[in-house]
Design a protein around this ligand. Structure first.
Ligand code: NAI
Length: 336
């Protein structure tokens, strides 16, 4: 199958070529640097499938353009699919595949890395030591042992996070509309969301972004949280109302924020913008807080995860070629 891989970085070339050459019948892969959107979709002319990433734009205009040049399959090389207009894809008869789980450990481990960095001020300590400043003032954290951590969303990543946090000796409270025995076995106790928010010293988000979860953490939820609690988001930026978070940080209602995702990250992340003037004033304000740690959507970025992403993406293509549907399809009812 001819597959055009949009938004391809050097590491995508390496992992996809390795996974492809390991197949009995390799696919015909083309790697393109541009993001996928309504203007670039025409570059897929002649391909049956395109491969896209979290920061590509798969709105109705893009999907129509893809359909118009003959594309029938969209291979998302990520777990989330909130950037795909599923209703439009269904109307056009486009199949969509995704990679539901590549390494939940990668994301959970990064989550805990962010929590430790924020709590123990490692980001500030690193800079101080390089400047020859060995003062400890301002670097005090708290023991995680014995603290309450609220995990919102107890799927694959949430459960990995629960296991790690339980290992630290944290008491884990969890909220999920579909509680799981696996999360309980990992050490979590379920409670309603207001209780989780109100009792936790740290809240970490691991649920998907859907119309229901958009701005799940906004003014009301922030007011419900324990004063001075830390908020960690490695899931999707849109779960958090960033402007409300800035207000809560300024009043110290929120004690700190660590994020790997940002609601307007599409214009920022994955590119080197260091020579440019930052245009996003909300993001710029976040950068001014000493108690905010930001990484640029790298929680998934481990060797194991990238290998698994490439292998599962190509397995989706194989399944579509052989049976007319990807191995891990995305369907409209998944957001209903
Ligand atoms: P999953 O599908 O295994 O689990 C998601 C869980 O969230 C499910 O148990 C579901 O019932 C729950 N949920 C749904 N609505 C909820 C709500 N309103 N409140 C609380 N829980 C709710 O997904 P997985 O693999 O654990 O991934 C979670 C999220 O992590 C993904 O949706 C994705 O957005 C994000 N992610 C971020 C990455 C990164 O690099 N930063 C990489 C991979 C995923």
């Amino acid at each position: 199958m001819r597959i055009v891989i949009f938004n391809a970085k050097p590491y995508d070339h390496a992992t996809f070529n390795a996974a492809n050459t390991a197949l009995d019948t390799p696919h015909d892969l083309s790697f393109l640097r541009p993001h996928l959107d309504a203007h670039t979709a025409v570059l897929a002319q002649g391909a049956e499938a395109v491969c896209a990433f979290v920061n590509d734009t798969l709105d109705v205009a893009t999907l129509r353009a893809l359909h118009g040049v003959g594309v029938r399959l969209i291979l998302m090389r990520c777990a989330g699919f909130n950037n795909v207009d599923l209703a439009a894809a269904t109307d056009l008869g486009l199949s969509i595949g995704r990679v539901p789980a590549y390494s939940p450990h990668a994301v959970a481990e990064h989550t805990v890395g962010l929590l430790l960095t924020l709590n123990r001020r490692l980001h500030r300590a690193y800079n101080r030591v390089r400047e020859g400043n060995f003062e400890l003032d301002g670097l005090m954290g708290f023991d995680l042992h014995g603290k309450v951590v609220g995990v919102v969303g107890t799927g694959r990543i949430g459960i990995c996070a629960i296991r790690i946090l339980a290992g630290f000796g944290c008491e884990v409270l969890a909220f999920d509309p579909f509680p799981s025995d696996a999360a309980r076995a990992a050490g979590a106790r379920y409670a309603p969301l207001p209780e989780v928010l109100g009792q936790s010293d740290v809240v970490t988000l691991h649920c998907p972004l859907t119309p229901d979860t958009h701005h799940l953490i906004g003014t009301a939820a922030l007011a419900q949280m324990r004063r001075g609690a830390l908020l960690i988001n490695t899931s999707r930026g849109g779960l958090v109302d960033t402007r409300a978070v800035i207000v809560a940080l300024k009043s110290s209602q929120l004690g700190g924020l660590a994020i790997d995702v940002y609601e307007e990250e599409g214009d920022l992340f994955f590119e080197n913008l260091s020579d440019q003037v930052l245009q996003d004033d909300v993001f710029a304000r976040l950068l001014t807080f000493p108690n905010v740690v930001i990484t640029g959507h790298q929680a998934f970025f481990t060797r194991e995860a990238l290998d698994a992403i490439a292998q599962t993406t190509l397995a989706n293509a194989d399944a579509f070629q052989q049976g007319g549907a990807p191995l891990h399809p995305v369907t409209l009812d998944m957001v209903a």
